[in-house]
Design a binder for this molecule. Structure first.
Ligand code: DC
Length: 222
């Protein structure tokens, strides 16, 4: 069977990761969470005391950035300087640092090269912000996943609480989401955009399984 890619882009908390992961499992193909890669860059900046907004500092960090993506039984692990940091990249602090650091071209060049290399040899569902517009503009299928920011904030809060993280209340989570939306959509390099050919999926309209069914129905139609 030929190799194909499914690009799933959308804002923070839109449910794109849950959707992309679920669809990949149902199609028995690989799933790449590109946000996890930028999160690992954000974590690297925090660990090294680098200001993620400062271009010169970030450019210096990129020179010896040592990030690997490993798949174990199909599950993505993020490795930073030889350490598995998969469990450390979902905190509110890392979310903001990831958004800040991902605005710099030097970081994006490195991550995009890695993403293209990973996705070239097998069928993949990739989720992110610039998959359809930049990473894989020739992807066979392109989706733009969205939900109102209030719904996204509720989900993100529930996710944090489930992990035992009660560091933020609803208003703070909403504020972070709006900060990241603004930054991810307005940055100069590869901002989050909905490419004209993308199929829009609003995840607030139905449950997880129905949303997966909907996406898969578009694949069958194409
Ligand atoms: O999807 P996420 O929330 O895990 O992504 C974390 C940050 O990484 C997000 O604020 C923007 C950035 N990102 C990006 O710029 N490009 C991607 N392809 C994926 C994520």
């Amino acid at each position: 069977m030929s190799i194909f890619q499914i690009a799933v882009d959308g804002p923070s908390g839109s449910g794109k990761s849950t959707l992309a992961k679920g669809v990949a499992a149902r199609l028995n193909i690989m799933y790449l969470d590109t946000g996890a890669m930028y999160r690992t860059c954000g974590l690297c900046a925090i660990k090294k005391g680098i200001d993620a907004k400062d271009e010169a500092q970030v450019n210096k960090m990129v020179e010896d950035l040592n990030i690997e993506v490993k798949f174990e039984d199909g599950i993505q692990h993020m490795i930073l300087d030889g350490e598995d940091v998969t469990g450390q990249i979902r905190t509110p602090e890392v979310s903001v640092a990831a958004s800040d650091v991902s605005a710099h071209p030097s970081i994006r060049r490195k991550m995009v090269d890695m993403q293209r290399e990973i996705a070239k040899s097998q069928s993949f569902v990739l989720d992110g912000r610039d998959i359809a517009s930049n990473v894989l503009p020739n992807a066979k299928y392109k989706f733009y996943v969205m939900a109102p920011s209030s719904v996204r904030a509720e989900r993100r809060l529930a996710e944090l609480n489930e992990r035992g993280d009660f560091s933020q209340n609803y208003d703070e989570v909403l504020r972070d989401i709006e900060y990241r939306d603004h930054q991810d959509m307005t940055r100069a390099v590869s901002p989050l955009v909905q490419v004209p050919e993308a199929i829009v999926i609003d995840t607030s309209r139905q449950g997880i399984e129905e949303t997966q069914d909907l996406l898969i129905s578009y694949l069958n139609e194409a």
